[in-house]
Design a protein around this ligand. Sequence first.
Ligand code: NAD
Ligand code: WQD
Length: 343
Amino acid sequence: MPKILATGGAGFIGSHVVLELLNSGYEVVVFDNLSNSSVKSIERVGRMSNGAPVFIEGDIRDGAALDALFEAHDIAAVIHLAGLKAVGESVSHPERYYDVNVAGSTCLFNAMLRHGVKHGVFSSSATVYGEPAPETMPMDEHVPTGPVNPYGKTKLMVEQILTDITSVGPGWRSLVLRYFNPVGAHTSGQIGEDPLGFPDNLFPFIAQVATGRRKILNIFGDDYDTPDGTAIRDYIHVMDLARGHVKAIDYLLGSKAVDNETPVVNLGTGHGASVKDVHAAWEAACGFKIAAQVAPRRAGDVTIYCADATKAKEMLGWEAEFDLAKMCEDHWRWQAANPEGYR
Ligand code: NAD
Ligand code: WQD
């Protein structure tokens, strides 16, 4: 079976993608500098799957390390997940984001060019849409982009770089996947999200309140123009997302993909859930109350973000299967079994 390179494959989304690729029969090489992950995720994936992935510790900004990888392995396609993803840090340290996300991706694409590796899937984010008006929800891929923070800008830049390289590279085909809000964990509870330090996002924060590591959930704003006043997002189960990557690779390596094109595809459920919906679903999953209080709005938050995922269904034959209850149950199983993550 074809061999797939997953950069950032030891991370939250990457570890689930790697597992799903292995279980679909692909061989996988993981390249990750472990700056935001643990090799334990890859070890566990190896035990849970049909065949262990090859793990290479390295940095996407290191062209020589990438040359050695591509010389040692006949890679059919790259899924490029490696990068930095904390919105707040990208505002205070934009240079890190331009270095790792933009310069790192360019280094990777140059190595692919040197070694004749012509198929790439890029992990982009719905954050590239910026602050669209609530009337544009759910958003399809035609909604104009307009990222409002350095993180989002780097994601859009890399989309554009990959699109331009693909447009002229003989035999090149790529896909940009824009994820909405990935949450949950593999249903075994063996792998999941393991944020270093203070969790920025809603699910990991609630998970830590549920284990007693944090005292109380702050609900950022209950005066939004939504039915219960709290902001709405399109949460997507990480295993649905992982399956979407297998479909993307099947598509790129199959007969339908068109040379020199880089389609952009939203990966979301198409359904929104409010912060209060999420809080209630977590309490149901845990079977106990989770302390919460209303706090002021968080700067930069929009009222509603929701995907129109029709294109993913039509182009890739993919749609999300798991609901909010399953996202919370699986996330909780992982967190309860691993209260300190992989540490
Ligand atoms: P993560 O931090 O868990 O995974 C990223 C991985 O990349 C980590 O294992 C990290 O060690 C590795 N990495 C970072 N810099 C590297 C470098 N210079 N060289 C090699 N490896 C490096 O994050 P995640 O949530 O799994 O996100 C994966 C991708 O999906 C990222 O590109 C992110 O921007 C994108 N994305 C994430 C979300 C989300 O909410 N989690 C949403 C949309 C898009
Ligand atoms: C969801 C909702 C918060 C924490 C982020 C990135 C985005 C993408 C996905 C990478 C919001 C509320 C949160 C808390 C709360 N990542 N909240 N209390 O902001 O939609 O998207 O992750 O590409 O780029 O910005 O996700 O989980 O942080 O917040 O009330 O303690 O939960 O205000 O309404 P967000 P989130």
